[in-house]
Design a binder for this molecule. Structure first.
Ligand code: 13P
Length: 252
C-alpha cells in the first residue's frame, strides 16, 4: 500500500546554520516516523543539509530542477548537480514558480521527466487559484495541469503529486478535510483515466497549503490523502508534530 510522505518545503528560508540546527533538533523527534520524511531546501543549502541529515531518516530534496544535463541556463540546477549530493526528491511546478517565474505546464513536464530519468522523485504540484475555485473550474484547471504536466511519463507511480490550492498557501486558510479529500480523489481518478486504474492506487498524493500541527490529523485521516507538503510549519519544531500525526501529541 501507499507509504505516507511528509515533506517540508523551506522555500527561500533558512541559512546553512539555522537549517542544520533545525535538522539536528528534529532528527531525534522524527526518528520513529511511520512515514517518509524529507526537507526540500534552497539549492545552496543542499550540501550542508545533506551533511546535517546524515544517519537520520530525513531525506533532502531540491525545490526545482532543470531538464537539460548542462548548458547556458543561468540560475538553474541540473539533476547531476543534485545527484552529487544524494538528493532524492525535487519539487517541480510549485505555484510560486508558476506565479512569479512564469513556469508553464510544458516546462513542468520537462522537469519532471528529467528528474525521473535521473532517478530523482519529482513532487509535481498542481492546484487552483481562488478565482478558479469560485468560478467552479477547479477540476478543469487541475485536469489541464495533469494532462500537460504529466504527459509521456512512463511510470506514474514514481511521481509524487502535491495538491496545493493556491488560496491555501501561506494564507492560514487551510482547505477543509472534505475539500482536500474531494480534489485529491479527483486527482487520483484522473491518474486512473490518463494512466491506469491500478497505477492510481499506488501514486502518493500530498496535500499542501497551511497544513500544520493542529490540522494535520484531520487531513491525514482522509482516504486519498497520503501526506503533506509543508511550507511555514516546516521551519519550526512543529514539523515533528506533523510527521508524528499518527502518534499521541507531545505538546497538547
Ligand atoms: P504553507 O504551508 O506555508 O501554506 O506552504 C505550503 C506550500 O506551498 C508547500 O509547498
Amino acid at each position: 500500500m501507499r507509504k505516507p510522505f511528509i515533506a517540508g518545503n523551506w522555500k527561500m528560508h533558512m541559512t546553512a546554520e539555522t537549517g542544520a540546527a533545525l535538522i539536528k533538533e528534529l532528527a531525534p523527534l522524527v526518528k520513529d516516523a511511520n512515514c517518509d520524511v524529507a526537507f526540500c531546501v534552497p539549492a545552496i543549502l543542499i550540501p550542508a543539509m545533506t551533511e546535517a541529515a546524515k544517519g537520520t531518516n530525513i531525506a533532502i530534496g531540491a525545490e526545482n530542477v532543470h531538464w537539460e544535463k548542462e548548458g547556458a541556463y543561468t540560475g538553474e540546477i541540473s539533476c547531476d548537480m543534485l545527484l552529487e549530493y544524494g538528493v532524492k526528491y525535487a519539487i517541480v511546478g510549485h505555484s510560486e514558480r508558476r506565479q512569479y517565474f512564469g513556469e508553464t505546464d510544458l516546462g513542468v513536464n520537462k522537469r519532471a521527466k528529467a528528474a525521473l530519468a535521473a532517478g530523482i522523485t519529482p513532487i509535481v504540484c498542481v492546484g487552483e487559484t481562488l478565482a478558479e475555485r469560485l468560478a467552479g473550474s477547479t477540476e478543469a484547471v487541475i485536469r489541464e495541469q495533469m494532462e500537460v504536466g504529466l504527459a509521456e511519463i512512463e511510470d506514474i507511480t514514481k511521481v509524487v503529486i502535491a495538491y496545493e490550492p493556491v488560496w491555501a498557501i501561506g494564507t492560514g486558510v487551510v482547505a477543509t478535510n472534505e475539500q482536500a479529500e474531494e480534489t485529491i480523489a479527483f486527482i487520483r481518478s484522473e491518474i486512473g483515466r490518463i494512466f491506469c486504474p491500478k497505477c492510481a492506487e499506488n501514486v502518493i498524493i500530498q496535500y499542501g497549503g497551511s497544513m500544520n500541527a493542529a490540522n494535520c490529523r484531520g487531513l491525514m485521516a482522509q482516504p486519498d490523502i497520503d501526506g503533506g507538503l509543508i511550507g511555514g510549519a516546516s521551519l519550526t519544531k512543529d514539523f515533528a508534530e506533523i510527521v508524528n500525526y499518527d502518534k499521541p501529541r507531545t505538546n497538547g
